[in-house]
Ligand binder design. Structure first.
Ligand SMILES: [Zn+2]
Length: 311
């Protein structure tokens, strides 16, 4: 069965300058089978385009059954919020809201509600929805909303994965879960980053999902290596003073009670250093993408060792 490629544009409206705001979609189709939807760029500045590009090139020649729809820039408006080299796409600068809180969206609502509505339309009839993001400074991990997705999370095979089964907040899962469609959010690494190893990890994980759905040859999916864990409970540490932080533990590397997690240089005292000592064993899975902190800002997020469950 030859693989068909289609590129489409869905118009949301116009920019102030009168130019179209379009969401581009790319679809690869290889006959009967499952349908997978993959979106990137819901938040401006979170580059997961690398994964989409690699997947698209691979599947263009290797999709055996079904259909994959790629949306490499799900929220074009969020990518236009820029100051100097910094893309501020996590919150809409018009209403202060996170654009990933509007699903399933509104056809006659705000710009971001309309975007969510258009995306909801593209997902119609899919069997699996993947929402690719990046998380501050981090290694790739999956966020999922229900324990029934654990087999899928294990298939992706990333090391530490977050079960966020709290109240739905209007993010992509709030569209998929009520429709009974399997879905995962994959945090593919750090903001505004190119990292070939992380890209490859996520790419390989998605291939395993596609093999599981019978859409590619099983031989193309390399088995995941290493341990796979998930957690529900995690902790974050806020700065005790304003200043500059250097991290002493590495992302994904277990630390022990008594280790120095980071050292704060309080800006009010040139000679001072304030080490932040771990109160328990754990592992840092995410940290803020800056060294510059106000008092009370979030620094690192960690998982206490006793909250990790093996998959
Ligand atoms: Zn995001």
């Amino acid at each position: 069965m030859p693989i068909k490629t289609a590129k489409n544009r869905i118009n949301i409206g116009q920019t102030i300058a009168g130019n179209p705001i379009d969401i581009a979609t790319y679809t690869l189709a290889a006959g009967k089978g499952k349908r997978v939807y993959i979106q990137s760029g819901m938040h401006g500045g979170e580059i997961t385009y690398w994964v989409q590009h690699k997947l698209f090139l691979f599947l263009k020649d290797n999709l055996k059954a079904g259909e994959v729809t790629f949306v490499p820039c799900a929220n074009p408006a969020a990518w236009e919020q820029r100051a100097y080299f910094y893309t501020f796409g996590k919150f809409d600068l018009y209403d202060g809201k996170d654009p990933n809180t509007h699903f399933p969206g509104k056809p006659d609502g705000s710009l971001h509600q309309r975007i969510a509505h258009a995306l909801s339309g593209i997902t119609k009839g899919c069997d699996l929805g993947l929402d690719l993001h990046t998380a501050r400074d981090s290694l790739p991990y999956v966020i999922f909303t229900q324990e029934k997705y654990l087999p899928l999370v294990k298939e992706v095979g990333l090391k530490y994965n977050y079960l966020d089964d709290g109240e739905p907040s209007g993010s992509f899962d709030a569209l998929m879960d009520p429709l009974g469609i399997d879905n995962l959010c994959i945090e593919c690494g750090s903001h505004d980053e190119y990292d070939a190893v992380k890209t490859e990890q996520v790419f390989a994980g998605i291939l395993r999902l596609l093999a599981r759905l019978g859409m590619i040859d099983k031989k193309a999916a390399v088995p995941a290596k290493g341990d796979c864990w998930y957690f529900r409970d995690h902790k974050k540490i806020l700065t005790r003073e304003a200043g500059y932080v250097r991290y002493d533990v590495a992302l994904g590397a277990p630390f022990k009670k008594g280790d120095t997690l980071f050292t704060l240089h309080p800006s009010s005292d040139l000679g001072a250093e304030m080490p932040e000592i771990a109160k328990e064993d754990g592992v840092m899975y995410k940290r803020s993408p800056t060294h510059i902190y106000r008092i009370g800002d979030e620094t690192l997020h960690y998982i206490p060792k006793d909250k990790l469950k093996r998959l």
